[in-house]
Design a protein around this ligand. Sequence first.
Ligand code: C2E
Ligand code: CA
Ligand code: CA
Ligand code: CA
Length: 277
Amino acid sequence: AARNGEDGVRQYAPAMGQVFLRRFQLVTQFRQALDSGQVEVHYQPKVSLPERQVVGAEALVRWSHPEYGRLDPDEFIPVVEATGLVDALTSFVMECALVKVRKWLDRGLRMSVAVNLSVRNLADESFPDRVAEALGRHDIPPELLTFELTESSVMEDPERSMPVLRRLHALGVVLAVDDFGTGYSSLAYLRQLPVDEVKIDKSFVLGMGTDLGDMAVVRSIVELGHSLELVVVAEGVEDDAARDQLVAMGCDIAQGYLISRPLSEDRLEAWLQARTV
Ligand code: C2E
Ligand code: CA
Ligand code: CA
Ligand code: CA
């Protein structure tokens, strides 16, 4: 029995070591990855319901790692968030996004881009000034930039994040609560946040076709959002049935594989072109 235990330890130790090694590598390599073009922003279109006009896109980061291949943001974002590097990531994504919006404006297209924020951005009192500077430098109307934030990122330290949110809101950028329904999600709490938009978490939207409970959650978030005069966005829209249900419920905007997967900049342009002809 003792030997089995020993074997167990021997098998376990290298695996844990590898996990830590990889996390450590990701942290140390991320700065250089940003500077050397390994990190790219992809864009997933958002369309209005029911008319299916393209209203904008969400910026989603991608890392092509020289050794590990394409890394999923769910793997490296938490690692990056644990360090000060998330400021550099957010600045990078915001910069790409604003360059994109500027290119669209120059072609007469009014479309917005949504950038995901992490808890550290909301604790950073200099962040709103950096946003104002970037909007001015690119000459972008603030309403064409959306920030998506989760409830848990706000609730981690509300005393620090609320003033930052209020200043962002005062700039005129759009604030959206992401992954709604998964966190605290209290009505009272949503009312206190200076937000314009609520994004229904994809787990509920994906479950709508098979689970009446998920359907009820989606319907009540649409109603709650509208009663607070918020724009309601559904993510994870994968099929026509889900889309039709969302239209019937009065949901305002849809995002998901039915409309398009997240696309590289080139592929997004081709996709937009194909829709307008
Ligand atoms: P999120 O903000 O909830 O982003 C939506 C995720 O759902 C994306 O995953 C997207 O590819 C995926 N998705 C979109 N439509 C569908 C669909 O129809 N079905 C399904 N099953 N999934 C769909 P992705 O790109 O892997 O990003 C994962 C998470 O990483 C994001 O979740 C966000 O929390 C985080 N993230 C991504 N980019 C950034 C960034 O630039 N900064 C920060 N702080 N976080 C980011
Ligand atoms: Ca998001
Ligand atoms: Ca989400
Ligand atoms: Ca998420």
